[in-house]
Design a protein around this ligand. Sequence first.
Ligand SMILES: Nc1ncnc2c1ncn2[C@@H]1O[C@H](COP(=O)(O)OP(=O)(O)OP(=O)(O)O)[C@@H](O)[C@H]1O
Ligand SMILES: [Mg+2]
Length: 324
Amino acid sequence: MITGILLLHYLTPSPLKYHHAVYRILFYLPLILGSFWFGVKGALYVSIAVFFLYFPYVIMEWQGFSFRDFSRVIEGALYISITCILGFLTERERARHAAALQAERFAAIGKAVAEIAHDMKTPLMAIGGFANQVFRKLNPEDPNRKKLETVIQETARLESMVKEMLDFGRPLTLDRTETDLNDLVEGTELLTSPVAEEAGVDIKTELDPSLPLLLLDKARIEQVITNLITNALGASSKGQTVWIRTRSTGPYVELEISDRGTGIKQEDKDKVFQPFYSTKKSGTGLGLPIVKRVVESHGGEIFLRPNPEAGVTFTVRFPPDLKS
Ligand SMILES: Nc1ncnc2c1ncn2[C@@H]1O[C@H](COP(=O)(O)OP(=O)(O)OP(=O)(O)O)[C@@H](O)[C@H]1O
Ligand SMILES: [Mg+2]
């Protein structure tokens, strides 16, 4: 399109000023389309291309600076500003649309998951309960003990998955109280320490004593910390350390869980927050989506970055208005 308009300019004799005025207005078309299709970047690229390709024509026609040139400069600046604004607005609208679409998808998945999980809960409780009853009555030497033990263990695992699925499907209502985040971290670390011991991974904390009290839903944030620690432990190998840090940075309070484990590839950075994305044999893939939902419902944000040596750091950032 740009080439076509330029050809019209270069091939039309310059005394036909009305023609040229119309051709100049035609430049709006590629500029608008560029910004609409490719955002601010597209607007800038098309503006630069038009500027450099049209410039030789201006030089060819140059007869000293006149009022007409002044209005052309103003016109050019107007072209660029309008297309950049259009590019910016298009980008913003697209981001909003994507976020709304994702929220809608999450809500639909949540509803379906809750219904399935709800129907699975009762039969699972019956299987687990009866299996336990039979297990207790079995002779210690009975060869079926081992098999029944597996049934009980696997049912417990399914029950915890169903609980996670039900949690995910439920609308989130927060019960916020004044909370010392450091206390909560220490309590949760204690709860997860048997899992850490079993994995042979050390959990170390570095807690900022100057942290202000925050208005948090204790049980939900405990769930956030547990899920993040469990993931970090799962990704670490024997002898490694998982770090939990809290700190006050400017107006924010941050919680960081960092490991030296398998890490997350750049292309999977967003996928890990999607429901049911899991690389584990027995994972549900709801841990991080729940974490994200809880953090965002507190007005906070969560992001991850790879560690220079190995592993990944998840940062939860709480907004200043949570300070009590
Ligand atoms: N600290 C980590 N290091 C490496 N990979 C991670 C880490 N945390 C999460 N992941 C990746 O993100 C995926 C999704 O995590 P998420 O917690 O949502 O589900 P999950 O742990 O697989 O299952 P579950 O629902 O039981 O938590 C994991 O399967 C894993 O591939
Ligand atoms: Mg998990």
